[in-house]
Design a protein around this ligand. Sequence first.
Ligand SMILES: Nc1ncnc2c1ncn2[C@@H]1O[C@H](COP(=O)(O)OP(=O)(O)OP(=O)(O)O)[C@@H](O)[C@H]1O
Ligand SMILES: [Mg+2]
Length: 444
Amino acid sequence: MERNPIFHQTRLRLAAWYTLVMGGILGLSSLGVYSVVAHAYRETIDQGLQSVANALHKSIEPAWQQPGQLQRLAKEFSLELCVAQTNCLPKTTSIKKSITEAANPVNYYIRLLDRSGKIFASGGMEIDNFSVTSALEHWQILTDSSGTRYREITLPLYTQNQISGYLQVARSITDLDQHLAYLKLALVLGLPISMIFVGLSSWWLAGRAIQPVYLSYQQMQQFTADAAHEFRTPLAAMYSTIEAAIKLQQEPKANSGILDVLKRQNRRLSQLVGDLLLLTRIDQKELTGEYQPCCLNDLISDLTEELAFLAVETKVNLSKQVQFSENLYIAGNEEQLYRLISNLIANAIQATSSGGKVTVFLGKSELYAMIKVEDTGIGIAPEHQLRIFDRFYRVDRARSRTSGGSGLGLAIAQAIVQAHKGNIHVQSQPGQGSTFTVRLPLSP
Ligand SMILES: Nc1ncnc2c1ncn2[C@@H]1O[C@H](COP(=O)(O)OP(=O)(O)OP(=O)(O)O)[C@@H](O)[C@H]1O
Ligand SMILES: [Mg+2]
């Protein structure tokens, strides 16, 4: 395939397209995976933060702006609230601890803001270097001076149905950023590596996909070469005969032999063209619509009678054996079935020397009609048995040429059998004879 530029380029193009499409699909899938994972992480963080904030809000709101109540509450819940950075409560740290232990190394902070948004109290982690003044949006992401990002939730605190301050709870999202960075790295590195594998497998797959096309292309080339060769022989013979006729124009007696040669070669050419045409029509399934019930018993009787003269000529004993009394019908094209069986019988007679036997059996199983043509002829060596059904293939070219065969008989037989949805097999021992078995599906 590599030596043929058309197939090589097609394979390359197919592999490139496949890689491109697969690359696009993989890229989109990676993007999808990244978005889903990032969304799931964020959702988990937000839910945790929301429940912590809700719990704190529930406790802080009633005590908010009641003198001494906040300190009492902070003490009660062990909150480390440092009011205005000066009036710090004793560090009893149980909330901070429980939060920190639960999500180490995650940092939390809590802030209380007055109505104008000024920090009134804060707690949780150290927030000295926290430089960002947060807006009062419900959810936001902030970055401190060291670059650490925080997810923050802001809940309003009400006093007599009026917003009197805000509770902010935040959590560092370094762990999320880290996980997502690893995921991104894995995807970014994984994509080109997978593309290399995709590229290699595409090349291999494209090769496999093109292989049958390439094989049939080779067969076509072989067929064209063989057909041209077959046409050349009778054409050359006719040409030289005509040349001789022109030279011998003055001697009318010599012309009769020449005309015989011309007639013979012409018949050979016509037969060749006819065979090729039949093969093409069977290949294109042009004749499958013409199937009718055909009686195989009648076909075999007619053929054994018609070919009896050929058998007598070569002193071969041609007989038939039908293994049942009633007639056996199959749906088919009678002309083609006639051709199929006559090709097999003619081959068997040609391969059998005088005194030998050719027997045609007709049998059946539940689903199939079985036609067997058995001879006691020269047989076929195993290495040829697979190839005899190829177009123009002959085991012994020189011998077949004298008998006028072109090597299309078995190819036609096989094409007819296949068109009738049957199968054909050969069993043979060199020197002992051959048996060709055809199975054809019975009419339903
Ligand atoms: N019964 C057989 N015994 C031995 N060899 C056989 C037999 N049938 C076929 N062959 C071999 O298979 C070859 C192919 O057979 P096929 O019928 O296709 O071509 P052919 O008989 O040479 O020519 P054509 O049938 O086109 O006139 C034959 O040339 C012959 O060598
Ligand atoms: Mg033949």
